[in-house]
Design a protein around this ligand. Structure first.
Ligand code: HEM
Length: 533
């Protein structure tokens, strides 16, 4: 079994000097005689500018904070490893998916999405589930969520969506689970949100533990094998203890009693040797079947029902080590959907394409310049060789010249792929006119929310209705409440009636309802994992 400790050995080389090993020093290594009083002109006189220790200490304190993530600000992380059950060579040439004897080190960060860094864990929200695989061919990031679908179809809507979800601009309130009027205004006007909103109103949005959460890559990605053949793939993480949620009253009590309920649970489990474990599964769709579904595989508001494409287990992940320093590791980790390795590629999902721009862009400011991949938590275990140089926080001492072609020595080779290991972009044929219009194949916003509703047990439906009543009931604008209920009526009449009664608007009458049109053969039973939700 190849060791998963490569990352740990690398991290050890970054440890700061042992602070207990000798006297206090400045950042320059000069020993300090006294740190409790500043240097003053006389016993009761003014503080002297020449007290470099005092100034350094305060300056360093003044600069301790970096911007929090614009979304997913609050999180908890852990290290561990991943091993495949068997070779996936038929579908992908990704090295970490070939050999059950090879364990790949990982770092995972779980997060809430909406709240700031200091918010409570157990709010009603989507949870992030981001995994960095430190593979022998470079870092691969699977930046997923605990819902299989997202709220919007095109990344150009992401700023609008997040602005609607966040507290309102004039008073920065409310700070709870949702910015009520603005979120529901957006939802009622943008029905593509409805599927993810159904998940958000379900118990899936209040997980009992990060250890008991599913994770999803959400987008359709592409596996590419050694022959260059592509296969569409959706990623699923399934927790070993099953999927378990809090009920709303518990969640609210936890917010008051222990805002670190989920973070603490993850930390304590790992400290106690109860290592969290997930199985990685894939839904595979041959490229020939791209149009075999009544939805578009490129539409991130849709899932592929497991009755149509079963999930095939391909490996397992165990988290067995807490970080040593929250800021250095969990706060500074930088995930990016464009961090892929040979054998894994993108599709034209317009949400994924936007993400492939956004993560690096935001990290350039959040982590202060272009060298954050040198930070211990982000550094690949694979060698890094290129002509990229300089910039803020450069911590490597590069040797030689830095251009290619280069006959004077020192420049890195410009060639790639000579040994067959390089990443080569999938050769997909693309042609067409430039067009700024949503594809007609993205237009059905109601069938899958109805599928979700129909798959729920009565008590789960009741929880969903209560969640809608609680959240929508706080909306001041009656027109927004009414419009949201009208949208729900297109999903299911009973759902709309029950919500309408709770939020003081008339129940819409008649109209076409997607739940009556959905195929009864399709249910989301298989998405439950092996526990109850
Ligand atoms: C974090 C953008 C959709 C999962 C972030 C961050 C940004 C962002 C700017 C902060 C990153 C950082 O500061 O390091 C976007 C955009 C999206 C989008 C523009 C749509 C166009 C999604 C979707 C998912 C997702 C669909 C799930 C499949 C995450 C996760 C994090 C994150 C898990 C937290 C990563 C961490 O733990 O550091 N996103 N996001 N995002 N996003 Fe997205």
């Amino acid at each position: 079994m190849e060791s998963a400790d490569r990352k740990q050995r690398q991290r050890e080389s970054f440890h700061a000097d042992d602070p207990t090993a000798g006297p206090l020093t400045t950042d320059q290594g000069v020993e300090v005689d006294h740190t409790d009083d500043s240097l003053a002109a006389g016993e009761r006189g003014p503080t002297l500018l020449e007290d470099f220790h005092f100034r350094e200490k305060l300056t360093r304190f003044d600069h301790e904070r970096i911007p929090e993530r614009v979304v997913h600000a609050r999180g908890a992380g852990a290290y561990g490893w991943f091993e495949p059950y068997e070779s996936c060579a038929e579908f992908t040439r990704a090295a970490f998916l070939q050999d059950p004897a090879v364990r790949t080190p990982v770092f995972v960060r779980f997060s809430t999405v909406q709240g700031p860094k200091g918010s409570a864990d157990t709010v009603r929200d989507v949870r992030g589930f981001a995994t960095k695989f430190y593979t022998s061919e470079g870092n691969y990031d699977l930046v997923g969520n605990n819902f299989p679908v997202f709220f919007i179809q095109d990344g150009i809507k992401f700023p609008d969506f997040v602005h609607a979800v966040k507290p309102e601009p004039h008073n920065d309130m409310p700070t709870g689970a949702s910015a009520h009027d603005t979120l529901w205004d957006f939802v009622s006007l943008q029905p593509e949100t409805l599927h993810a909103i159904m998940w958000l109103m379900s118990d899936r949005a209040i997980p009992r533990s990060y250890r008991m959460m599913q994770g999803f890559g959400v987008h359709t990605f592409r596996f590419v094998n050694a022959d260059g053949k592509g296969t569409f793939v959706k990623f699923h993480w399934t927790p070993k203890p099953g999927v378990h949620s809090l009920v709303w009253d518990e969640a609210q009590e936890c917010q008051g009693r222990n805002p670190d309920f989920n973070r603490g649970d993850l930390w304590d489990a790992i400290e106690a040797g109860e290592y969290p474990e997930w199985e990685l599964g894939v839904q595979l769709v041959p490229e020939e079947d791209e149009f075999a579904f009544d939805f578009d595989l490129l539409d991130a508001t849709k899932l592929i029902p497991e009755e149509q494409v079963p999930v095939r287990p391909i490996g397992r992940m165990v988290l067995d080590r807490n970080p040593e320093n929250f800021f250095a590791e969990t706060e500074q980790v930088a995930f990016h959907t464009a961090n892929v390795v040979p054998g894994i590629d993108f599709t034209n999902d317009p949400l994924l394409q936007a993400r492939n721009f956004s993560y690096l862009d935001t990290q350039l400011i959040r982590l202060g310049g272009p060298n954050f991949s040198q930070l211990p938590v982000n550094r690949p275990v694979a060698p890094v060789r290129n002509n990229q140089r300089d910039g803020y926080h450069q911590s490597a001492i590069h040797r030689g010249t830095n251009y290619s072609p280069n006959s004077l020595g020192g420049g890195c080779p410009a060639h790639a792929g000579v040994d067959g290991k390089a990443f080569t972009h999938y050769t997909e044929r693309v042609d067409g006119h430039k067009i700024r219009r949503r594809s007609p194949s993205f237009q059905d916003h109601y069938s899958q929310p109805a599928l979700f509703w129909n798959s729920m047990a009565d008590w789960e439906k009741q929880h969903i209705v209560e969640a809608f009543r609680f959240e929508l009931g706080k909306v001041d604008a009656r027109a927004v409440r009414a419009r949201t209920v009208e949208q729900l009526a297109k999903v299911d009449g009973d759902l709309a009636d029950r919500v309408a009664r709770g939020v003081g608007v008339p129940a819409p009458s008649g109209g076409e309802t997607a739940s009556k049109l959905s195929s009864p053969a399709l249910s989301l039973e298989s998405l439950r994992g092996d526990g109850s939700i």
